[in-house]
Design a protein around this ligand. Structure first.
Ligand SMILES: NC(=O)C1=CN([C@@H]2O[C@H](COP(=O)(O)OP(=O)(O)OC[C@H]3O[C@@H](n4cnc5c(N)ncnc54)[C@H](OP(=O)(O)O)[C@@H]3O)[C@@H](O)[C@H]2O)C=CC1
Ligand SMILES: O=C(O)CCC(=O)C(=O)O
Ligand SMILES: [Mg+2]
Length: 739
């Protein structure tokens, strides 16, 4: 029997699943496909970590570990929806909700002191940040806008803010002392076991990671971010921003770069509120305030103080703002700034949204202003300035004519920064950070660090690089599109990759293909020159640029990266089919609970299901699955053409309504096809029933809107209540059940 594993995740995609999954199950069972669900939501992952605190009935299996194992099985077929990569604040909120529901899990230790607390912190750390994707992505990334989606966007362009040549918006990044500066990299000459250690100035050694097994031909890097340089950078840029009179906005990825970026974020907050931190620092330490988790943590903790002390602190914080630039807002109505939480502004989505708005972000008064987009680490920040330069010079892109930029991204086996979290340290002392061969004591890489510097090691295995080159060549051939490898010869890590790419390209027939290697800024310029002329260009990039570019171009081309096809051909032969390139849209949940309208667009799920079925069809020789895939493809196109995607407005067709239309069109296509008479016979009555009841069903789906809906929870909502909310049409439910 063919099997699809459909993940249950968080927030908007989890809600959408409650409506869409019954359709998937009903349709695919006709091809003998079993749909199994796997809950990898942050709440389920927390519960799976602490079975000994739970009753027998409360325990849940470690689904993520099981899926990780399955990525090694060639028969695996997973549809993966986006999940929360939790910040500390989110994790704590999820823990609190679970405790409130009677799950006696321990508190999150903010400042672990005892061994027991340290152990708990370590265990909670497994659910923190980007904890799911690196486990499941045992293959490289193939993300692109399908033709039908691109054509639809060309005919129905989203709105674009206007770029003015006089715009003050720009990107600021460090020019020295960051990870890019002085990076060291090497390709291993043989398999080795290494340790990471700090050689202190007094000659003693602090071993931070005793044993890392490395493979032959693996690329390793050592990078350091200087705290001093970072603080000076912030001080300078804040002053520069204040003088310019524009908004200060910090764009990091504290969720995915879960160790380094919260530290980088925290320094920005402390510099901005420097005077208040100098005055109240001791008290803040006593209260265990850690602004690496955002100002929300500070406000939560000072709430417990006597009113007079709290008010004094608040006054001092406000006084800091007087000689600092205005901050970009996340929610101006609620007074939530860019510094509120490190998971509110996530660079992959936040920078494209800013560029799409003509270089503007929200100010505290609810109006939009030019901004200084601060991305301390220069390695990848420069691509955004290059795009901004292009927009200022040429005006904004035109979605009706612009070319498309698919991406082939290196990410398998925790490539590059993805796998660096357990090898990232905030240096406790000054000394030499070293990577040393355990057997021979040979120092492979070393760099001076001062107290407070962040240093890390990255690994990129050779097999994923070979697979990445192969995938890039395959995509170039299949789509007859040029491929540019975005690799910078001045960056040691990428210089190692360039040698490998050149070598592995020789393994393939590249006759007639256009393949080039360019540094990032040149690659961006080259790609944009083509984009503006309506020409397509595949970007073949490392892991971080994979993440950045697969939001950047889709958001400009299509309005959202939710409409992307996102495939991970697993290196062992299975398939991981992701849905879109974006996240879990927390704001959408708010709209659902307040107004019972879910604006989440499931196009990404439809596209993923399509390729998942195709994969089953060829792997399992399942001809019916192929018919389902072909008809789903046509139905999806019809849905776009008939404008049945969810509206943003309460009272109009939402996620549930668009699911109904997909089911209707899919059933109609199956009824109309002649390849499989059994399927035709099964779906003809359903198509008739849905078509006859179209108006009544849509009315049922729209009539429930406009009122709040209580699903009793955010991270672990009541499944029955949520299901009821997401399946409000009795007519539609009955029709599906009749299949
Ligand atoms: N693959 C994964 O597992 C990923 C997970 N994440 C996680 O998702 C969470 C939110 O991240 P964030 O950076 O805010 O990015 P999101 O992509 O979730 O949100 C940014 C905005 O994009 C729009 N959007 C995204 N997806 C859809 C969709 N399917 N339909 C309609 N609009 C959509 C929404 O705009 P509007 O509000 O205007 O409707 C949304 O507010 C974080 O916890 C993050 O870690 C992020 C990226 C990938
Ligand atoms: O894993 C994460 O935290 C986010 C991943 C992401 O943004 C992406 O893959 O595009
Ligand atoms: Mg992303």
């Amino acid at each position: 029997m063919s099997k699809i594993i459909y993940t249950k995740t968080d927030e908007a995609p989890a809600l959408a699943t409650l409506s869409f999954l019954p359709i998937v199950e009903a349709f695919t069972k006709t091809a003998g496909v079993e749909v199994e669900t796997s809950d990898i939501s942050v709440a389920a992952r927390i519960l799976a970590e602490f079975p000994e605190y739970l009753t027998e009935e409360q325990r849940v299996p470690d689904n993520l570990a099981e899926l990780g194992r399955l990525t090694q099985d060639p028969n695996t077929n997973i549809i993966k929806l986006p999940n929360i990569s939790a910040s500390v604040q989110q994790l704590k909120a999820a823990i609190k909700e679970l405790q409130g529901k009677g799950y006696a899990i321990p508190d999150f230790p903010d400042d672990p002191q005892t061994d027991e607390e340290k152990e708990l912190r370590k265990r909670y750390g497994k659910s923190l940040g980007s904890a799911v994707n690196p486990v499941l992505r045992e293959g490289n990334s193939d993300r692109r806008a399908p033709k039908a989606v691109k054509n639809y966007a060309r005919k129905h362009p989203h709105s674009m803010g206007e770029w003015k040549q006089w715009s003050s918006t720009h990107v600021s990044h460090m020019h020295g002392g960051d990870f890019y500066d002085g990076e060291q990299s090497m390709t291993l000459d043989k398999a080795r076991t290494v340790r990471m250690e700090l050689l202190l100035d007094d000659g003693t050694k602090k071993v931070l990671k005793p044993k890392i097994d490395l493979l032959d031909k693996e690329v390793i890097d050592l990078m350091v971010m200087s705290k001093k340089a970072l603080l000076e950078f912030y001080e300078r840029e804040m002053e520069d921003c204040r003088e310019a009179g524009i908004l200060f906005s910090l764009h990091v990825k504290a969720t995915m770069m879960k160790v380094s970026h919260p530290i980088v974020f925290g320094h920005a907050v402390r510099i901005y509120y420097k005077d208040a931190f100098e005055k109240h620092g001791e008290l803040f330490d006593e209260l265990g305030i850690n602004v690496n988790n955002g100002m929300a943590d500070l406000y939560d903790k000072i709430a417990t103080l006597p009113t007079s002390t709290r008010e004094e602190i608040e006054r001092d914080l406000h006084a800091c703002q007087e000689h600092r630039p205005r901050l970009a807002m996340v929610d101006s109505a609620k007074g939530i700034t860019n510094f509120h939480s490190p998971s509110d502004v996530i660079v992959d989505a936040s920078m494209p949204a800013m560029i799409r708005s003509g270089g503007k972000m929200w100010g505290a008064d609810g109006k939009m202003y030019d901004c200084k987009a601060v991305m301390p680490e220069s390695t990848f920040a420069r691509i955004y300035q290059e795009m901004i330069n292009f927009c200022k010079w040429h005006g904004n892109f035109d979605p009706t004519t612009m070319g498309t930029v698919p991406n082939v991204g290196l990410m398998a086996q925790k490539a590059e920064e993805y796998g660096s979290h357990d090898k990232t340290f905030e240096s406790s002392d000054a000394g030499i950070a070293r990577i040393v061969d355990v057997e021979t004591d040979e120092v492979l890489l070393e760099k001076r660090v001062e107290k407070g510097d962040i240093w890390r090691m990255c690994q990129t295995k050779d097999a994923p690089i070979q697979d990445w080159v192969k995938l890039a060549v395959r995509r170039a051939r299949e789509s007859n599109t040029p491929v540019i490898f975005w690799l910078d010869p001045y960056r040691p890590h990428e210089n190692e990759l360039i040698k490998k790419v050149k070598m592995y390209l020789k393994d393939h027939d590249t006759d007639g293909l256009h393949i080039e290697i360019m540094s990032q800024v040149r690659a961006m310029r080259y790609t944009l020159e083509r984009v503006a002329r309506g020409l397509d260009t595949i970007s073949a990039t490392g892991n971080i640029l994979r993440d950045y570019l697969t939001d950047l171009f889709p958001i400009l081309e299509l309005g959202t990266s939710a409409k992307m096809l996102s495939v991970v051909p697993l290196m062992k032969g299975g398939g991981l089919f992701e849905t879109g390139a974006g996240g879990s849209a927390p704001k959408h949940v708010e709209q659902l609970t307040e107004e019972n309208h879910l604006r989440w667009d499931s196009l990404g799920e439809f596209l993923a299901l399509n390729v998942s079925l195709e994969h089953l069809a060829s792997n399992d020789n399942n001809a019916k699955a192929q018919v389902l895939a072909d008809t789903l493809d046509t139905a999806t196109e019809k849905l776009l053409l008939n404008d049945k995607s969810p509206s943003r407005k309460t009272g109009e067709l939402d996620n549930r309504g668009s699911h109904f239309y997909l089911a209707l069109y899919w059933a109609e296509e199956l009824a109309a096809q002649d390849q499989d008479s059994e399927l035709k016979a099964q779906f003809t009555p359903l198509a008739q029933k849905l078509a006859e009841n179209e108006d009544a069903i849509v009315k049922e789906l729209n009539d429930v809107q406009g009122k709040p809906v209580d699903i009793k929870g955010y991270y672990y909502a009541d499944e029955e209540l949520a299901k009821k909310a997401m399946r409000p049409s009795a007519l539609f439910n009955e029709a599906l059940a009749s299949l």
